[in-house]
Design a protein around this ligand. Structure first.
Ligand code: ZN
Length: 161
């Protein structure tokens, strides 16, 4: 395991294992879905991630084209499109999770994802694995990299929303 620090987060990661898993994944979840909102996300991939996040992905062995999940979360007042999603890398999160527990009932815990701003249009956070993951990562300890970003519509006419 290799130590990686990014902002306040400390990770222990297996970069080789992460790269190997991504090399076996054919394409990202946006292409898998193929709807207009997802295809707009595909078009935005080269611009949505700030440079320091692209550098981080490289250090971790994460392929930015192969997010495991992406959601379209609406449109801002100025017409930008909100997206959120996540990636995984093999390893452990050493520093506190971005997933903060708000309340606890008998058998239910309510969490909120608290992400940090990298730029005005992009936020990031890290949690232990908890969401959908690519089967290529099956059986491995995983850190979940959460993001939110906003981008313009880039692929012609906006489909029915
Ligand atoms: Zn879609």
């Amino acid at each position: 395991m290799q130590q990686v620090q990014y902002q306040k987060w400390k990770l222990s990661v297996d970069v080789e294992a992460t790269r190997e898993a991504y090399s076996k994944i054919e394409r990202g979840s946006a292409e898998e879905c193929g709807c207009q909102k997802c295809l707009n996300f595909v078009a935005s991939r080269k611009t949505i991630y700030p440079e320091e996040v692209s550098i981080l992905f490289d250090r971790l062995g994460v392929d930015f084209r192969k997010e495991v999940e992406v959601c379209h979360d609406g449109i801002s007042e100025v017409g930008l499109h909100f997206y959120s999603g996540w990636f995984h890398c093999v390893g452990y999160l050493e520093s506190p999770s971005s997933k903060v527990m708000l309340a606890e009932y008998a058998d239910t815990q309510v969490y909120e994802l608290v992400l940090e701003e990298v730029s005005q249009q992009f936020q990031i956070g890290f949690t232990e694995n908890g969401g959908l993951y690519w089967t290529e990562f099956e059986g491995k300890p995983l850190v979940q990299i959460e993001f939110r970003g906003e981008v313009p519509w880039m692929i012609g006419e906006v489909d029915s929303m």
